[in-house]
Design a protein around this ligand. Structure first.
Ligand code: 5GP
Ligand code: ZN
Length: 110
């Protein structure tokens, strides 16, 4: 596998503004936030993208979405609304090849 910055952040080998962590998941602030709240929900297991998901990853993806919902509640945007976004491969705007879910909330432009 090539060098992966999100694996490095998951292993605490690179710094990040971490807002949540458990055995399977890490959540940190996007380095270039597009709104007041812009978190990246990242499983510690390296999976390249949505396109690389296997049947066995079903539970992990479900966990990502529920964790995003919890983070939105904690950040006070669950009532006003937020965006959950998976970019998939280069044509879909994916630049980091480690699956991640964007949580974007607060003054999100349509
Ligand atoms: P993608 O375009 O792959 O869906 O999104 C990657 C996101 O990761 C971008 O919004 C980008 O700003 C963010 N990002 C890239 N490198 C780093 C980094 O080293 N640290 C953090 N916190 N965010 C990063
Ligand atoms: Zn990785």
């Amino acid at each position: 596998m090539n060098y992966c910055i999100f694996c490095e952040i998951s292993n605490h080998q690179q710094p990040a503004d971490i807002v949540f962590e458990d055995e399977q998941m890490i959540v940190f602030k996007d380095i270039k936030p597009k709104a007041a709240v812009h978190f990246l929900i990242v499983p510690k297991k390296h999976i390249d993208s949505i396109e690389a998901l296997k049947e066995e990853d079903k539970e992990l993806v479900s966990q990502m979405i529920f964790l995003a919902k919890k983070m939105a509640q904690e950040q006070g945007v669950s009532q006003t609304g937020y965006k959950l976004l998976f970019n998939v491969l280069r044509g879909g705007g994916q630049l980091i090849d480690h699956i991640h879910l964007h949580l974007i909330g607060g003054e999100v432009r349509p």
